[in-house]
Design a protein around this ligand. Structure first.
Ligand code: SF4
Length: 499
């Protein structure tokens, strides 16, 4: 157990090993928790194996996707688990872009392509927050644009209160110590400040703003000093991972006051849509990042690590976009996630519930991996056609008709949630694709689209790059098809995919 003493007062404890078990045992005192299935409780304990718990002000952050234990929001979350088990969908977690204004120009901005300049009107925002909570919400992320540019941020935080756990996602621009303290007084639990590198010139360049590094470091220090649970939100590049800079970076973040590092891979959406170079961490990089999550969460010299490609993987919570997670844009448009630019309605027109229901009908169940992984090529096509994000409801219906959630992540399987009902499959077909003239990742996208169109049968794929062969094989498997290399000749590979 590592204790951090600030001004002589014990504020933060990092819990590993037996100290975590003691927290879980304490949790069992709750009647609501004891009502949960034993198998599910064992699974929760098992899936916490690679988590570092952080105790702050007597509340314990166990997992970055859940409200902290000891809060009203946590109790609310536990109460809604039986509804999840029954398969009832509700916005358990919701990120809201309270403004579209931003002073930075980040290379990977997921909000890029929006043409609506107005802020989310305060009264409508309060009403929407109340409705979300009535529907079962226990987790709200305030984002943008840059949310600290709003002068009424304190009032928004106060309107959320303690029914939902709140995280403020910020570049740090206007998060001074005084403001952080006031936000905490109004009920904010956590601030997540974006910082991509320990070298100022690299962070400034990636964020398109001179001085961005100093701003972020100052905000992390201010947030910590004000007693907020402080997160550093990072998007590491392939270069940074392969240069072995990750442990140095994480250590640096702890030194400047981050309790947790929230790690997101560059996602091919927003400004990165169609960008094949930055499109994703490759398999090797992802493996390294998972290892850091597992290893460093057992080491008290590092902050809590939350590697999202791991947390949102098949063995854990997977992707809840469109079912238990949603996003509301600054103009009220409802989409499944900040990273999924598909609109299903607007809180100002159809209303929150109608837009949410239209969306869940298309998503049906949580997915075994990030939805963007499967659909990003279709986002690009949609953007080329419509010229802006989010894409229209018509395009959203078209894309969600092709990319359905077929495999549920383990959390929901163990809980006993009923599997999604799918449309009747087409008759078995046999098709062939010759993709030898295409460079990776194009063969993967073409194969994936063909599999969605066929919905079943046998697909022969011919490629002439080893990388393409490996990626097509992996993609087919993640879509639930079997894949084998039928022949290999002079650098050409014939793959047989079947479902
Ligand atoms: S779409 Fe990707 S980023 Fe969004 S909730 Fe799903 S896994 Fe997370």
């Amino acid at each position: 157990m590592n204790k951090l003493l600030l001004g002589g007062i014990e504020l933060v404890k990092y819990l590993i090993g037996r100290a975590k078990d003691l927290v879980m045992l304490k949790m069992l005192k709750s009647k609501e928790i004891r009502k949960l299935d034993r198998k599910f409780l064992f699974y929760l304990r098992e899936s916490s194996k690679y988590e570092k718990f952080v105790e702050i002000d007597g509340k314990v952050v166990m997992n970055s996707q859940m409200p902290p234990y000891g809060t009203e929001a946590f109790n609310q979350f536990i109460k809604t688990i039986p509804q999840i088990k029954e398969g009832k969908k509700f916005p358990l977690s919701c990120n809201i872009a309270i403004t579209n204004r931003c002073n930075f120009s980040c290379w990977h901005c997921s909000n890029w392509g929006r043409e609506t300049p107005e802020d989310f009107p305060l009264e409508l925002l309060k009403e929407t927050i109340w409705k979300l909570q009535e529907m079962g919400n226990s987790f709200i992320g305030l984002t943008g644009g840059e949310p600290t540019l709003r002068d009424d941020l304190e009032e928004i935080v106060e309107a959320i209160g303690t029914r939902s756990h709140t995280i403020l996602f910020t570049n740090g621009e206007k998060l001074t110590y005084e403001r952080a303290k006031e936000l905490k007084r109004r009920g904010l639990f956590s601030a997540s400040v974006s910082l991509d590198h320990f070298k100022p010139e690299i962070h400034d360049k990636q964020r398109g703003y001179d001085g961005a590094f100093d701003i972020a470091v100052a905000a992390i220090k201010a947030s910590n000093k004000a007693g907020l649970y402080t997160i550093a939100g990072v998007v590491p590049t392939r270069g940074m991972i392969n240069n072995g800079e990750i442990p140095t970076f994480y250590k640096f973040l702890k030194e400047i006051g981050a309790h947790e590092v929230r790690v997101l891979a560059p996602i091919p959406t927003g400004r990165l849509v169609g960008n094949n170079d930055a499109r994703w961490c490759g398999k090797d990089e992802e493996k390294q990042m998972w290892e850091y999550h597992m290893k460093l969460n057992k080491d008290k010299d590092f902050p809590k690590i939350s590697e999202f490609s791991y947390l949102e993987s098949e063995g854990l919570l997977g992707c809840m976009a469109g079912t238990y997670h949603m996003f509301i844009e600054n103009d009220g448009t409802v989409t499944p996630c900040d990273m999924i630019p598909l609109s299903f309605g607007n809180v100002k027109k159809e209303g929150l519930e109608a837009a949410f229901n239209a969306m869940t009908e298309r998503f049906q169940s949580p997915r075994h991996e990030c939805y963007v992984r499967a659909a990003h090529a279709l986002f690009k096509k949609g953007f080329d056609k419509e010229g802006k994000f989010p894409l229209s409801k018509e395009t959203a219906m078209e894309i969600t008709g092709k990319v359905r959630n077929k495999k549920m992540p383990k959390f929901f399987q163990v809980l006993g949630m009923p599997p999604p009902v799918f449309e009747k499959e087409k008759g078995k077909e046999k098709e062939k694709l010759d993709l030898r003239n295409l460079e990776c990742p194009e063969p993967v996208w073409r194969t994936q689209e063909k599999m969605w169109d066929m919905k079943g049968g046998v697909l022969e794929v011919l490629v002439n790059e080893e990388e393409a062969k490996n990626n097509v094989e992996d993609t087919a498997k993640s879509e639930g098809w079997s894949a084998k290399v039928e022949s290999e000749d002079n650098g050409e590979y014939l793959l047989i995919l079947s479902s």
